[in-house]
Design a protein around this ligand. Structure first.
Ligand SMILES: Cc1cc2nc3c(=O)[nH]c(=O)nc-3n(C[C@H](O)[C@H](O)[C@H](O)COP(=O)(O)OP(=O)(O)OC[C@H]3O[C@@H](n4cnc5c(N)ncnc54)[C@H](O)[C@@H]3O)c2cc1C
Ligand code: SF4
Length: 480
């Protein structure tokens, strides 16, 4: 009897192999993604390393609970279209998550073969490969609802949270309008995250797919200025707030407020706009352009990593990143730190800004820190080392200390919109329902600055909750 070859569990003989990275000298010169695509044979080979665990920890640590072992097996067997169907059943934008999820903290960080020392299955890269192939093969099509429904939902914010909700609602035939203050949809996918992590045509083709499927976009519409929240609420059967968090945490220190100190979001938005070919006055004037400058970025999260790597690509003469804890305790992805170091970024760990010198800025006063006793959260608090101050030269300083929500109740004149003491909207964690009837909220505006994959999850769950409610309403009307 001829036995069929076992397609999986090859991790013992096959080593982990990420798609090839472009050499640092080359990637420093452009904003293209740094990882090449897997060749078909490599995607199959890497998928075949999965051990098909009975209890897949990768799946339980993926916020979307993607059926990872299933689509890995289908890929290993060469059944790519089926792999795509399984993958897109739980994830609205798999090719985006495959590119930018911090897999080391989510699915891949919990892969059982990683725990046993064999190196994780490269889940994110395979997820990206499956859906990029689906786009190339024409398997990704505009939404065609089985029937049109009369109800409409307004979504404020065209980031991943709002767009994931729009997708689910439109598939069910609901009339969907997405309002956004920017001129392009995508939220931080479009204007925050740089092209070297997520090329812009990957986002734009999703925007086009939604528009072709009947999602109505009202762009350049700043709710609270161009249109009132009350007005939007009156237009729709339900409203989802998906506005993200954009207020920059500031440093209150001597010397602040001078030219040369810039907010990360302004710097990144200007850079992304230039990649689209837009005219950007503050970039063209040199204000938000790192070219020929000594750049210091303050912060240790994803935004800081994006700023340092953008500065390198813009032609800064030197780029340093100041972070008050050490490498092991930084919030940003370790993979991104390694990429930044390869590209020439210097990290000054255990370093905090004390103030700024010059007007315009010529340097940052730095004080060195050490890690003290763990606080109540178990995280070691940074402590100052007296007498260790020095000045780090800089002619562009970028603040990347995190984001807070804008004050929506005041901006929108909606005192009843429930927010907690951090300003994020109070909403049910599964449905997104707020205390206002028919008003829901998802993504960063509920969680605080978080991740794309969580915004997608929130958007999908909220849309399902709204559909349930609309169905109950429709049943009640039919029974009258
Ligand atoms: C620089 C940077 C890098 C990041 N890198 C990663 C990463 O690598 N991986 C990852 O998973 N996450 C990353 N994140 C986090 C991630 O981008 C967010 O968690 C995610 O985009 C949140 O989605 P959202 O839909 O809630 O909001 P957003 O993406 O912020 O979208 C909100 C939208 O609402 C619109 N809006 C706001 N107010 C109004 C108004 N009044 N009227 C109309 N429209 C309005 C905005 O214009 C925007 O388009 C990064 C964040 C930043 C800032
Ligand atoms: S969505 Fe993110 S966490 Fe989930 S499998 Fe994909 S890369 Fe991993």
């Amino acid at each position: 009897m001829i036995m069929a070859e076992q397609p999986m569990l090859k991790f013992v003989n096959i080593e982990r192999d990420m798609p090839e990275k472009r050499p640092p000298d080359l990637r420093r010169t452009d904003f293209n993604e740094i990882y090449a695509e897997y060749a078909d044979a490599k995607a199959k080979e890497q998928s075949s390393r999965c051990s098909q665990c009975g209890v897949p920890y990768c799946q339980s640590h993926c916020p979307l609970h993607n059926n990872i072992p299933d689509w890995l097996r289908l890929t290993a067997e060469g059944r790519l279209q089926e792999a795509y169907e399984v993958s897109q059943a739980t994830n609205t934008f798999p090719e985006i998550c495959g590119r930018i999820c911090p897999q080391d903290r989510l699915c891949e960080g919990n892969c059982v073969i990683e725990q046993s020392g064999h190196g994780t299955v490269t889940i994110g890269s395979v997820e990206k490969y499956i859906t990029d192939t689906a786009w190339e093969e024409g398997w990704v099509q505009p939404i065609k609802p089985g029937r049109e429904r009369p109800e409409s939902v307004g979504i404020i914010g065209a980031g991943p949270g709002g767009l994931a909700a729009a997708d689910v609602l439109r598939r069910a035939g609901v009339q969907v309008t997405v309002y956004d203050r920017y001129d392009r949809a995508g939220g931080l996918l479009t204007y925050g995250i740089p092209g070297f992590k997520l090329e812009k045509d990957v986002v734009m083709r999703r925007n086009d797919q939604l528009a072709q499927g009947g999602v109505n976009f009202e762009l350049n519409c700043n709710v609270g200025v161009d249109n009132s929240f009350a007005d939007i609420r009156a237009r729709h059967d339900a409203v989802i707030i998906a506005t993200g968090v954009y207020k920059t945490r500031e440093i209150q220190a001597p010397g602040s407020g001078v030219p040369g100190l810039e907010r990360a979001i302004d710097f990144l938005t200007a850079s992304n706009r230039k990649s689209f070919g837009d005219a950007v006055e503050d970039f063209d004037s040199g204000r938000l352009n790192a070219s020929g400058k000594k750049v210091v970025v303050i912060g240790g999260g994803d935004t800081a990593m994006d700023c340092v790597r953008t500065s390198i690509r813009q032609g800064a003469t030197s780029v340093k990143c100041l972070y008050r804890r050490d490498r092991a305790n930084m919030p940003g992805s370790q993979r991104e730190v390694a990429n930044a170091e390869e590209e020439g970024v210097v990290f000054e760990w255990l370093s905090a800004p004390k103030g700024f010198v010059g007007d315009p800025v010529t340097g940052v006063m730095v004080q060195k820190m050490r890690l003290g006793q763990p606080d109540v959260t178990g995280r070691q608090a940074p402590e100052l080392i007296e007498g260790s101050d020095y000045v780090e030269e800089a002619d562009l300083v970028i603040m990347a200390l995190g984001f807070e929500p804008e004050d929506l109740p005041t901006l929108w004149g909606e005192a009843d919109l429930p927010v907690n003491r951090w300003g994020t909207i109070k909403a049910d964690y599964v449905s997104g329902q707020t205390a206002l009837d028919g008003v829901y909220a998802v993504g960063d505006i509920v969680r605080g600055a978080s991740l794309v994959v969580w915004a997608i999850k929130d958007g999908r769950d909220c849309a399902e909750a709204i559909l349930k409610r609309l169905d109950q309403g429709a049943t009640a009307v039919a029974a009258e």
